[in-house]
Design a protein around this ligand. Sequence first.
Ligand SMILES: [Zn+2]
Ligand SMILES: [Zn+2]
Ligand SMILES: [Zn+2]
Length: 170
Amino acid sequence: MGQLDEKTFDAIVAAGCPACGGKTLEIRSFIDRRVLLMLADPNDAGKWVHDGEKFVDGTYSITCAACKHAVFASDLCPRCNAPGGLTKALGDASRMAIPKKCPSCSELELLALALVPAVASWPSPKPKPLAEYGEPGHHMVAYACESCDNAVVTQTCPLCDAPGPLRPRP
Ligand SMILES: [Zn+2]
Ligand SMILES: [Zn+2]
Ligand SMILES: [Zn+2]
C-alpha cells in the first residue's frame, strides 16, 4: 500500500488541523488520468479515472488550507515507496514516449493512462491537476490501441524510475 491506509486517512481528515482546528485540508495525491492522443498530441483535456482508494493510496501531502500547517507529508515515491522518490515524481518529465501511431497497426489514435499530481480541497473531493500533459509531474503509465488491442505498460516505476516489480495498488 501507499503511505496512508484508509483508516489513517479517514482519521486525519476527520480530526482536521491540529494547529488551528481548521476543517478544510489541501490534499495532494498522484491519481489516474486517462488521455486520448492523436498523433501523440492530446485530443482532449483528459479525465480522472481514479477511485477513492487510489486517491488515498497516492496521497503525499496534507496541509491545512487556513494556516498551512503540514498535517501529513512524505518524500517517498507515491507509487513504489522508494526513499526520496517524490522529488523525481514531481520534477521529472514523463519517461514513457508515446508513439505517433500504434506500432502494430498504425492507428493514429491511442488511449493513454497517466499518473498525475492533483490537489483537492477536502471535504470537496474534486481534484485539480497540478501538471498537464508534457509538463514535469505528468507521467505516462501505459498506452493502448483500441483498433488492435495492442497495449504497452511501463516496466519501471513511472514516477521515479525505480526498477520493478511495483507494489500492487488498491
Ligand atoms: Zn491550520
Ligand atoms: Zn493498433
Ligand atoms: Zn517510484
